[in-house]
Design a protein around this ligand. Structure first.
Ligand SMILES: [Zn+2]
Length: 246
């Protein structure tokens, strides 16, 4: 479990490399992309918390796998996802669109559509002096999501939108992929000191069983080749190269 100092957000590591984020305020919990239900229910019960809402960035099974069982346990919970999901999210009862703002746990949460990985992927942005972005599978530390339903142009535009957010935005993605991403980046840019430093920092954290996420946008823009791409052509080259890299 990892703690965020400004907000109480903890990460539960599940499956091979997924992280389920729990945003906690007072006794209330909001869960982001529950791939499974057991550890979420256990954590909430052990602490006498109450589940208020489930935020779904997109419909992939390793993001919605736990939703049905959480709804069985807490039937009145809000399940918030894109209006474009078209029944792919179990029990979706709040449909949102790009630019909409919601009040969740007393805070303003803005919906940012980030297409590319899927045709309906959204991110949840908490904008105050300590901004937070729940980004799902669009951006990872050192990498970005594979393009399954969208286009290269859509994914490139999504990353440009992320880059326009405040530089101190703390980004919570759904997978611990950082080490593999940095090994790929170093293979392409073997002399890049920022990438070398990041890889050694990541290896240090992993060696003491710490998560390498969340990450700061400002720092990520120095080490993530996809965020450093200057145009669509360079982005496309990188995405194709990464898909072929094992
Ligand atoms: Zn996905």
């Amino acid at each position: 479990m990892e703690f965020n100092k400004a907000r109480n957000i903890i990460g539960l590591r599940v499956l091979s490399d997924n992280v389920i984020w729990l945003w906690i305020k007072d006794q209330s919990v909001v869960v982001i992309d529950p791939s499974v239900h057991e550890p979420v229910i256990r954590y909430i019960d052990e602490n006498n918390f109450h589940l208020k809402a489930i935020l779904q960035t997109h419909h992939h099974s390793d993001h919605i796998g736990g939703t049905k069982s959480l709804i069985k346990r807490w039937p009145n919970v809000k399940v918030i996802a894109s209006s474009k999901e078209k029944k792919r999210i179990p029990f979706q009862n709040v449909s949102v669109e790009d630019g909409e703002t919601l009040n969740i746990l007393g805070e303003e949460v803005k919906i940012i559509e980030v297409l590319g990985h899927t045709s309906s992927h959204i991110a949840f942005f908490l904008n105050d002096k300590n901004p937070v972005l729940f980004i799902g599978d669009t951006l990872f530390s050192g990498g970005c999501g594979r393009i399954f339903e969208g286009t290269y142009q859509q994914m490139y535009s999504s990353l440009e939108r992320i880059k326009s957010l405040p530089k101190n935005t703390l980004i919570y993605c759904a997978h611990e992929y950082t080490r593999a991403n940095m090994l790929w980046a170093l293979n392409l840019k073997p002399k890049d000191q920022d990438i070398k430093n990041k890889l050694s920092e990541v290896e240090k954290k992993l060696s003491i069983n710490e998560l390498t996420i969340p990450f700061l946008l400002d720092e990520e823009m120095k080490i993530n080749l996809f965020l450093r791409a200057k145009n669509l052509e360079e982005f496309t080259f990188l995405r194709v190269n990464k898909d072929l890299w094992v």
